[in-house]
Design a protein around this ligand. Structure first.
Ligand SMILES: [Zn+2]
Length: 260
């Protein structure tokens, strides 16, 4: 079968990519952590306590436009679907920051949203999904984080159901450090492969889903899921068994669904 031949060729290319990925510069033990007080997905540093961990985390506890949310009940609207102009990213870093696997890209393209351009900065993963539909989680969600010149963020979420494997995920997983650290990306990442063919999407105004939970995010969550294989999902969940913030109240917001 063509598919399996291609898959095995892909796997040997991936093995090469993994062998040539240079491990660089794990953080020194005395390096200041990303956040002064440790936040986590459970226990004393868990989501219920994020607001108390640092003064700037106020919105985590008292914000009214927090993310993620359940996307059920979205209203169909004849609004323009988001238009990602992503391009294959060459180079960059795969980072295990102890909260997720994040891929920093340069020249990964941009997103056009309501007449504003946002440059793609990084993407990262959550297991299970942070956004839910009718209360249902998906096994994986990817967030593509874009920033405009004025500091606004536009994040595109793509949900993953279990199914066919995604070749880009293998390359990223193979490169990702198993503990906190970074590794150089030694392969091209075809970002377009992460985008569903159908561009229907949910849109709403929300926040970062990690401290400090800033309410500066224009959210787009693609309505059609992509797929990742059971072993790809298992490989991520072995590193991060649960890195999803619970869904937040919608409050006085609307979720819109683009109609094509
Ligand atoms: Zn995220």
């Amino acid at each position: 079968m063509t598919v399996s031949i291609r898959a095995s060729l892909m796997l040997s290319a991936l093995a090469m990519a993994a062998l040539t990925a240079a491990f660089v510069d794990p953080p020194a033990a005395d390096e200041a952590p990303i956040h002064p007080k440790h936040w986590a997905y459970g226990g004393e540093g868990g989501p219920a306590h994020w607001g108390e961990l640092a003064p700037e985390n106020g919105p985590c506890a008292s914000g009214a436009q927090q993310s993620p949310i359940d996307l059920a009940g979205a209203m169909s609207a004849s609004i323009v679907a988001p238009q990602p102009h992503w391009q294959p990213a060459h180079g960059g870093m795969v980072i295990n920051n102890s909260h997720t696997i994040q891929v920093d890209v340069s020249n990964g393209g941009s997103l056009s949203l309501d007449g504003q351009d946002y440059a793609l900065k990084q993407f990262h993963f959550h297991h299970p999904s942070e956004h839910t539909i009718d209360g249902k989680h998906f096994p994986l969600e990817v967030h593509f984080v874009h920033a405009s010149g004025n500091g606004d963020l536009a994040v595109v979420g793509v949900l993953f159901a279990e199914g066919a494997s995604n070749p880009d995920l293998d390359a990223i997983w193979a490169t990702a450090p198993g503990r906190e650290g970074k590794a150089a990306v030694a392969f091209d990442i075809d970002l377009a492969k992460f985008l569903p063919a159908k561009h229907d999407a949910f849109r709403y105004e929300g926040s970062l889903t990690t401290p400090p939970c800033s309410e500066t995010v224009h959210w787009t969550v693609m309505a059609s899921p992509q797929t990742a294989s059971a072993s790809q999902i298992a490989a991520f969940s072995a590193l991060f068994p649960q890195n999803a913030r619970p869904v937040q109240p919608l409050n006085r917001r609307y979720v819109l669904k683009t109609s094509g």
